[in-house]
Write a new protein. Structure first.
Length: 130
């Protein structure tokens, strides 16, 4: 049975490709991507991702609004979300939007990989602390 992909939502193509490369090489997981929040909504419905790595600052629909949409839907509310940001989005705002984890850019590769691994390999960790 095919594993569900990890969805990388990032409008900067260099950042997106780097994140995808890290996840594919270090975790052996298929990834898919979206460049904005609207496209991410469509990809969630099409691909049913196992986890979302989400930029906060996105065109058309920002990461906080996307996270709220994802977590308000009974079919997707259990999908883990790791927010990556360089914007003024705080850890508390990310938590309130439903994000499970929060990393500031530039992020530590090992920390990102460890977070993703925890969510994909067993019981869900407790959501990000405020």
């Amino acid at each position: 049975m095919r594993q569900r992909p990890i969805l990388v939502v990032e409008d900067n193509s260099d950042h997106r490709e780097l994140i995808q490369l890290i996840l594919e090489q270090q975790l052996g997981r298929e990834t898919t991507w979206a460049a904005d929040g609207i496209q991410a909504m469509q990809m969630v419905e099409k691909e049913k991702p196992s986890l979302v790595v989400l930029d906060a600052d996105l065109p058309r629909l920002d990461g906080l609004h996307f996270a709220r949409w994802l977590k308000s839907n009974p079919a997707t509310r259990d999908t883990p979300v790791i927010m990556l940001t360089v914007t003024d989005v705080t850890r508390l705002e990310a938590k309130r939007a439903g994000c499970d984890e929060y990393l500031e850019k530039p992020f530590d590769v090992d920390q990102l990989v460890a977070m993703v691994r925890r969510y994909l390999s067993g019981p869900r960790p407790t959501a990000v602390a405020a």
